[in-house]
Write a protein that binds this ligand. Structure first.
Ligand code: FRU
Length: 505
């Protein structure tokens, strides 16, 4: 059973109006507060939801519980951004109602007004989400999750729930949720990709209100260590060829334990998704990138953001005023390695606005190097970029005066990247947290490159132009200020660059 059902007894049902994130100032003085990542000003956050780009604004909605810092009756909170980097908290967009709590889902700009929700030429933004009916669940029913709509005619400021909700009833499947909707131009119809327990079910609709089942995918394919959640479907181009990507989060069953996000590449014809193969691939091998999906209405550009957390310990991570944050936004790219397609992730270029003065060194011997001798101590968020002409083992250690440390690096004998947070600081809140996590090196190139983005409570490792990605959170008792590199293989970095990053607050 999912972790959140177990928690229901401990949380207070209902929400306090006016307690949303709107207008609550961010304070940079709170321990572990992300400095360059989106986090709610206060209270609980999980999945990003309803991301849509409209009239030069990025909308980010997210699973939110305004009454507590643990998971509870879900709302959609809302934030907006012009640049994907700096976010303005907006009033809570969707509150629970008589049909249920507001679980994850997506939003589209219905530019052709297929839904008829548009008025006076105004394009409706339409949110498609799961209603989770908790009283019904408690009766032992299996039809307590169903899909509903809400729309906005003022660019997401206020939302009206559709009077005829739900638009897709539950056919008898306990886990029936997280609709991601896209416009399928070739068939001039909407496609809903829905997580239905141990598989994906595709539905289509001319108007977002009437849905017809098209097909199922995945019962026998992919990772099945846990329930399937939060899917996404889109196409990307590679060498003039259209490649479809199906993203599926699973909990538990990730490559490093707990929740994680797998993906499939293949073809989609408006009815059926046919995978290229049955290999299991992960968008991010680290422990802390879950339930991520892409923005809609961004044309060919695919921008992904995930929840930087893991259900294994999300409810007990040691932050006080708020719990949960988002990953940095990443631009996805289709890559081919040998005969295999892979989805690579790179930081969106907009993040460059945070760059302070970069210091770059060439031909650096990494046998035993105090990086802070060269670059100064870590004093806030920062990026380390390195390039080596051969892939040999090295470890980067971030540490503080209490002897707490985080190890990040590459192990050539295993051909794996790793992040080891065993001694990273506060780890006792959950027994599996103190661990060394690994990810395969996918690239076959001789040379390697790696970018590390270090924030107060997280690191994102993007290796080989984003072919292997790992995200991990950590909670030192004091910020890490020292940086060291060690390499038993005497790695020479052709380039080693350090860029302090401005806070977004
Ligand atoms: C994923 C998830 C979704 C669900 C939401 C509830 O983390 O479990 O499947 O809609 O969170 O908050």
């Amino acid at each position: 059973m999912k972790i959140f059902y177990g928690l229901m007894a401990t949380v207070v049902v209902g929400s306090l109006l006016g307690c949303g994130p709107s207008g609550v100032p961010q304070s940079a003085g709170e321990p572990h507060r992300p400095q360059i990542h989106f986090s709610p000003a206060e209270k609980w956050m999980n999945d990003p939801n309803g991301m849509v780009y409209f009239n030069n604004q990025y909308h980010l909605f997210y699973q939110y519980y305004p009454d507590s810092t643990v998971w509870g009756p879900m709302h959609w909170a809302h934030a907006t951004s012009k640049d994907l980097v700096h976010w303005d908290h907006q009033p809570v967009a969707l509150y629970p109602d008589s049909l249920g709590w507001i679980f994850s889902g997506s939003a589209v700009a219905d530019v052709n007004n297929t839904s008829g929700f548009g008025k006076d030429g105004k394009t409706p933004l339409v949110a498609i989400f799961t209603h989770h009916n908790s009283p019904m669940e408690k009766t032992g029913s299996s039809v307590f999750q169903y899909q509903s709509l809400a729309y906005s005619l003022d660019e997401g400021k206020t939302w009206e729930k559709y009077a005829a909700n739900p638009v897709l009833k539950n056919p008898g499947i306990r886990d029936f949720r997280d609709p991601k909707v896209m416009w399928y131009e070739a068939g001039k119809k909407w496609i809903m990709t829905l997580a239905t327990m141990d598989r994906i079910t595709f539905y289509s609709s001319p108007d977002l209100k009437n849905w017809t089942k098209e097909s199922e995918f995945g019962k026998e394919v992919g990772a099945h260590g846990g329930v399937w959640e939060c899917p996404d479907l889109f196409s990307m181009e590679h060498d003039g060829k259209q490649v479809w990507v199906l993203i599926v989060s699973i909990n538990p069953g990730g490559p490093n334990g707990g929740s994680a996000t797998q993906y499939f590449t293949g073809d989609f014809d408006g009815t059926t998704f046919t995978p290229h193969n049955t290999d299991i691939k992960w968008i991010d091998y680290g422990p802390d990138n879950y339930a991520g999906i892409t923005w809609s209405n961004t044309g060919d550009r695919k921008v992904f953001i995930g929840w930087m957390n893991n259900w294994q310990y999300a409810n007990v991570v040691p932050t006080e005023k708020w719990r949960g944050a988002a990953t940095l936004p990443r631009e996805l790219r289709m890559e081919k390695v040998g005969e295999q397609y892979y989805v690579a992730s790179n930081l969106v270029k907009e993040l460059d606005v945070l760059n302070e003065k970069k210091t770059s060194l060439e031909n650096i011997d990494a046998t035993d190097l105090d990086i802070d001798d060269k670059f100064g101590k870590l004093a806030g968020a920062a990026k380390l970029d390195m390039e080596a002409s051969s892939a040999s083992s090295f470890t980067i250690t971030l540490s503080n005066s209490k002897g707490e440390k985080l190890l990040i690096g590459y192990d050539q004998s295993a051909n794996k990247y790793f992040i080891d947070r065993t001694l990273s600081g506060k780890v006792s809140f959950e027994k599996g947290f103190a661990a060394r996590h690994t990810a395969p090196r996918i690239s076959k190139e001789a040379g390697m490159n790696m970018s590390l983005v270090i924030d107060d409570a997280s690191v994102e490792l993007l290796a080989d132009d984003g072919l292997t990605v790992m995200t991990a959170v950590f909670f030192p008792n004091e910020r890490y200020t020292e940086m060291q590199i060690n390499s038993p293989d005497k790695t020479i970095f052709n380039k080693l660059a350090f860029t302090p990053l401005k806070s977004i607050h």
